[in-house]
Design a protein around this ligand. Structure first.
Ligand code: NAI
Length: 338
C-alpha cells in the first residue's frame, strides 16, 4: 500500500538526518510519497513566518508527518514551531520509548522505559506577560480534561504493549493545586485499570532514582515540562540525544520526530547521528502497520551499532552521517538476523 507522508526536514542537522532516513526508507521497498514542507528558521526566512499554514494543512491532509528538528530562538524571536504544531493539531500525547541499543557503552545495558508526556498545556501554554518591569508571570495551566486524556492514553498504551506499571511524576507537594489536579485525574484513570500497577514519584526524587536504577520504572507519565526534561535525562541513560525517537499523537494525526534539536554546533559538517530520526521513522512505520519493514530496518541498525566499526562521533566513532547510513543500507540488503 502506498503512503503519502508530510516531510519537514527542519533546521541545522535536520536536512542531513532526514536525507539519511528518506534514503533508508527508500531502500526498504515501501511505496512512500513524501510531501516536503519547510518550517522553522528556513521558513521564517523564505515565507516570513516559521510555521506557514500550508505545513499544518499538509499534515492534516496526510494524517502522518516525519519532522526534523526546528530551531527556536531563545528568549525572544518567533514562538516554538514544535509547541505550535502540537497544540494546533491537538497532538496531546508525546510518546518517547527509551531502550538500550546493542554495542553501546552506557551506565546501564537493559533500559526499557516509555515516557508519556502531556503535550498541550502546563507551562508550555505560551501564556507569559510582564507584570511590571522586572517581574514576569508565566502561567502553568493544568486541566482535568487534558490530564485525564493523557492518563487514559498511558494506561491504554500499557495495555496494548503488555507493560506492567505506570508511574505518575509530579511536584504536587509544592504545586498543590496544579500538580494536585494532574494527580487526581491520573488516579481516577488508574482505578479503571486495576491490572496495571500504579505508582507516584515526586519529580526530583524520580530523576535521582532514574539515574541510579532505571529498571524500577516502566511507563513514566508526566505533565509537559517535567516530561520534556525527564525524557532527555532518559535519553542520556541509553547513549544520548542522537538515539531516541518520539511520536506526537492526537486523534487520527501523528507527527514523528527525533527528541534532539537542530544541533547548530555540528550542523553542515556531515557528522550528525541519524539514529534518533530513523527510530522515529520506525515508530511511524509501526503506526502505519508496516511492522515487518520496521523490524528489518531495526535489525540492520542494531547490527551496525553492535559491530561498532562504523559509528558517528557522538558515539565515539569517526564515521560521517553518510557512511553510517550506507552501513545500515548494506545490512538491510544482507538481512542478517542478529
Ligand atoms: P540539541 O539537541 O540541538 O543539541 C544538544 C547537543 O546534542 C549538542 O551538542 C548536539 O551536537 C548534540 N546532538 C543533538 N542531536 C544530535 C545528533 N543527531 N547527532 C549527534 N549529536 C547530536 O539541543 P540545543 O542545542 O539545546 O538546541 C538547538 C536548537 O534546537 C534550539 O533552537 C532548540 O530550540 C531546538 N530544538 C528543537 C527540537 C525539535 O525540533 N523537536 C527539540 C529540542 C531543541
Amino acid at each position: 500500500m502506498a503512503h503519502r507522508i508530510t516531510l519537514i526536514p527542519g533546521d541545522g542537522i535536520g536536512p542531513e538526518v532526514t536525507d539519511a532516513v528518506v534514503r533508508l526508507l527508500g531502500r526498504s521497498g515501501l511505496d512512500i510519497e513524501w510531501e516536503r514542507e519547510v518550517a522553522g528558521a528556513a521558513a521564517a526566512e523564505l515565507h516570513g513566518e516559521p510555521l506557514p499554514r500550508r505545513v499544518l494543512d499538509s499534515i492534516v491532509r496526510n494524517r502522518v508527518a516525519l519532522k526534523g528538528p526546528v530551531a527556536t530562538p531563545i528568549g525572544s524571536g518567533f514562538p516554538s514551531v514544535n509547541v505550535e504544531v502540537r497544540r494546533s493539531l491537538g497532538l496531546y500525547a508525546n510518546l518517547r520509548p527509551v531502550a538500550s541499543l546493542p554495542g553501546l557503552t552506557t551506565r546501564f545495558d537493559n533500559v526499557d522505559l516509555i515516557v508519556v508526556r502531556e503535550n498541550t498545556e502546563d507551562l508550555y501554554s505560551g501564556l507569559e506577560h510582564e507584570v511590571v518591569p522586572g517581574v514576569v508571570e508565566s502561567l502553568k495551566i493544568i486541566t482535568a480534561k487534558a490530564s485525564e486524556r493523557i492518563a487514559r492514553f498511558a494506561f491504554a498504551h500499557a495495555q496494548r504493549r503488555g507493560r506492567r506499571k505506570v508511574t505518575a511524576v509530579h511536584k504536587a507537594n509544592i504545586m498543590k493545586l496544579g500538580d494536585g489536579l494532574f494527580l487526581d485525574s491520573v488516579r481516577k484513570v488508574a482505578r479503571d485499570h486495576q491490572d496495571i500497577e500504579y505508582t507516584e514519584r515526586i519529580v526530583d526524587a524520580a530523576c535521582m532514582q532514574l539515574v541510579m536504577d532505571p529498571g524500577q520504572f516502566d511507563i513514566l507519565l508526566l505533565p509537559n515540562l517535567y516530561g520534556d526534561i525527564v525524557s532527555d535525562l532518559c535519553a542520556g541513560l541509553v547513549g544520548g540525544l542522537g538515539l531516541v525517537p518520539s511520536a506526537n499523537l492526537g486523534d487520527g494525526l501523528a507527527v514523528f520526530e527525533a527528541v534532539h534539536g537542530s544541533a547548530p554546533d555540528i550542523a553542515g559538517r556531515g557528522m550528525a547521528n541519524p539514529t534518533a530520526l530513523l527510530q522515529s521513522a520506525l515508530l511511524m512505520l509501526r503506526y502505519l502497520n508496516e511492522d515487518e519493514t520496521a523490524a528489518r530496518i531495526l535489525t540492520a541498525l542494531e547490527h551496525v551499532l553492535a559491530d561498532g566499526r562504523v559509528r558517528t562521533p557522538d558515539l565515539g566513532g569517526a564515521a560521517t552521517t553518510r557512511e553510517f547510513t550506507d552501513a545500515i543500507a548494506r545490512q538491510m540488503e544482507i538481512r542478517v538476523p542478529l
